[in-house]
Design a protein around this ligand. Structure first.
Ligand SMILES: [Zn+2]
Length: 216
């Protein structure tokens, strides 16, 4: 079996630059297989995979030899399933939110994951797509946490203000930790393959705002 994977949160307060300098992927560790019963599997380090934006960095991987599932340890600053970092993505969206128009924002923002020769129409599409993705994500998160975020607008600026942080998306990795495998990119992490349950994950509590678990 190949290609089965799951992402776990690599709790980290490092910035991208600090992570690269410290080779943070070497410090990622997992005490035990998150899939198998204790003692049933010898979890192995499984090298790294490379990310290229905003510069070359690596993400540590582990392998569960029993199931063939690889486990990527994504540090909190990285966007999931998109290039780049959450702070860079969020900053682009924040600037677009206060710009007089998407065109003006696109003119000003230099997308970090597009080649230097980016044209204005390309940059406009880039900004529109990110606005849509992030605003839709924030609306979903607000629905999950109405007590904390119910009065926010689904914007980066409103979330930053409410959470008193310079990067709402990074803060949400912690705040939404138990929802990460159900949330979309770039906040949510790659969920385990169908039928696989991660150990140590609590079932949604009946009093919480969780949607009912998907039927297998
Ligand atoms: Zn295992």
């Amino acid at each position: 079996m190949t290609g089965l994977k799951v992402q776990l949160r690599y709790r980290s307060e490092l910035t991208f630059d600090e992570y690269v300098r410290a080779k943070g992927w070497l410090s990622a560790s997992l005490d035990a297989c998150p899939i198998c019963l204790p003692g049933k599997c010898r979890l192995q380090r499984h090298g790294t995979y490379m990310r290229k934006v905003p510069g070359v960095a690596f993400v540590a991987r582990f392998l569960c030899p029993t199931t063939g599932i690889t486990i990527g340890m994504l540090p909190d600053f990285f966007a999931s399933r998109m290039p780049g970092t959450l702070p860079d993505l969020e900053e682009a969206v924040a600037r677009a939110e206060v710009a007089p128009s998407v065109e003006a924002a696109a003119n000003e923002i230099r997308p970090a994951d597009v080649h230097d020769a980016v044209t204005l129409p390309t940059a406009i599409r880039w900004v529109r797509l990110r606005l849509a993705i992030v605003h839709s994500l924030l609306a979903t998160v607000r629905g999950l946490l109405p007590a904390l975020l119910g009065r926010c607008q689904a914007t980066v600026l409103s979330f930053r203000e409410q959470l008193r942080t310079g990067c709402a998306l990074v803060a949400l990795r912690e705040i939404c930790e138990r929802h990460l495998h159900r949330l979309p990119a770039p906040l949510g992490l790659v969920p385990p393959p169908a039928g696989v349950r991660l150990r140590g994950k609590r079932r949604p509590q009946s009093t919480g705002p969780d949607p009912p678990p998907a039927q297998a």
